[in-house]
Write a protein that binds this ligand. Structure first.
Ligand SMILES: Nc1nc2c(c(=O)[nH]1)N[C@H]1C(S)=C(S)[C@@H](COP(=O)(O)OP(=O)(O)OC[C@H]3O[C@@H](n4cnc5c(N)ncnc54)[C@H](O)[C@@H]3O)O[C@H]1N2
Ligand code: MOO
Length: 392
């Protein structure tokens, strides 16, 4: 089987996935989710011409006064009487201007003698310190598109626009299976031959950045029947993720177990390093991702396939990992026939690749805050060269 380019594999994975249905969530619980529909404004913002400062509402043409002060407008005021010629109204930040007023004289620039007001500084053009009605947005304006993620600013916008609940995709359920006879749970003793299983806690931590529900189904021994049973149990999830047993050794049973459980494999083996043995398919209604067992390989394939798949199922407009570029601060060797995803960190001088790029080097992986993408068959790179970077 020839190696599949990463972008092709991502596209095939997204094509395999049926988008999840939408649910309407109270807005306070919709943070971090992706919109299932466009959001339109239900109201004008602001609803009227409002003062941006504490002071006096006047007609700018009457500057510098004198004006006679008639009444007051505070935030919450409405239905104000019109301002007559030579009149000013006391006004506060966020309060509506009375009809006829077109500027705010801030109180620092005002001289007040009883009810008589004059201006003592700066010309006062019409519109000064006024936020015009609907300057932020008008009713029915398209504010957010389906597929946009609801971060804090988007939540604020939707609330100001009049929404109390929004339609978002349901949270995907993700089942994690760790395969390997050598594995013990986190914190358990490790007699010779045994190794703490770090992949599921690592993937759960990666998934904790997204709105989804993670079920860790534990460690499955390298035994075909046990693996088939575990996959069948996991098939109630939207995404089944296994780690380990993805390669070609005698104990690498994930692929045969997946097929025996009735799964249909869509692809296996990607043109990337690390992560070559990655496989994907469907088992019933569930999507299946078989990640390699090496911790760094699971980390990189989790970043490039699992997190994008969760975003895709959740309706994200662009589910792929964000990508940028940066200046290299350390030399890099030429690449071979696979795309390299090198663990690296940002320094004041530029991007530095971590010392060990081995797929089992967890200490080096923990220093990384980004991946450098070096396409297959790239020449060696030198400090000062520009490289493609995926922030972690
Ligand atoms: N002859 C070949 N051998 C290998 C190939 C190949 O193409 N031909 N590919 C290599 C590549 S690339 C990778 S990556 C690994 C992936 O192997 P598996 O997915 O089958 O993973 P395992 O063999 O089960 O484990 C690999 C390594 O990772 C450790 N491991 C496994 N699970 C966990 C876990 N949950 N937590 C921590 N560490 C884990 C495991 O003990 C092994 O040391 O295959 C190469 N071989
Ligand atoms: O591709 Mo494997 O993931 O290098 O170690």
């Amino acid at each position: 089987m020839s190696l599949l380019p990463v972008a092709d594999a991502q596209a095939r994975l997204f094509a395999l996935a049926r988008p999840l249905p939408a649910e309407t969530m109270p807005i306070a619980q919709a943070a971090g989710r992706w919109l299932a529909q466009d959001v339109l404004a239900l109201r004008d913002q602001p609803w009227a011409d409002l003062s941006a400062m504490d002071g006096y509402a006047v007609r700018a043409a009457e500057y510098p006064g004198p004006w006679r002060i008639v009444g007051e407008s505070a935030a919450g005021s409405a239905h104000l009487p019109p301002l007559g010629a030579g009149e000013a109204m006391r006004i506060f930040t966020g309060a509506p201007l009375p009809p006829g007023a077109d500027a705010i004289l801030i109180q620092e620039n005002a001289v007040r003698d009883g009810d008589i007001l004059t201006a003592n500084a700066d010309p006062l053009p019409a519109g000064r310190n006024v936020r015009p009605a609907a300057f932020d947005f008008a009713r029915n304006a398209l504010l957010l598109k389906a597929g946009a993620r609801l971060g804090p600013a988007q939540i604020a916008l939707a609330v100001v626009a009049g929404h109390g609940a929004l339609p978002v995709a349901v949270r995907p359920k993700i089942a994690l299976l760790s395969t390997g006879n050598e594995l013990v749970p986190a914190g358990a003793p490790t007699p010779p031959g045994f190794l703490p299983s770090s992949n599921a806690p690592m993937l759960a931590a990666m998934l904790a950045t997204l709105p989804c529900d993670v079920m860790d189904l534990g460690i499955v021994p390298d035994d075909l029947d046990a693996m088939v049973a575990a996959l069948e149990q996991a098939a109630q999830a939207d995404i089944i993720v296994s780690t380990g047993g993805a390669s070609v050794g005698d104990h690498d049973l994930v692929r045969p177990a997946f097929l025996q459980a009735g799964g249909s494999l869509d692809f296996w083996k990607i043109r990337m390093r690390p992560g070559k043995p990655l496989m994907a398919g469907r088992l019933g209604d569930a999507l299946f991702l078989g990640l390699p067992g090496n911790p760094v390989s699971a980390f990189v394939t989790g970043t490039l396939f699992l997190l994008p798949l969760v975003r895709h199922l959740s309706g994200a407009a662009d589910p792929r990992p964000p990508i940028g570029d940066a200046i290299l601060a350390s030399p890099l060797p030429a690449t071979a026939e696979r795309d390299d995803y090198l663990r690296a960190f940002r320094s004041p001088d530029g991007i530095v690749s971590v010392t060990s790029q081995d797929s089992a080097a967890t200490a080096a992986m923990a220093q990384a805050d980004c991946l450098i993408l070096r396409p297959a068959n790239s020449p060696a790179a030198a400090p000062g060269d520009r490289v493609t970077v995926l922030p972690l």
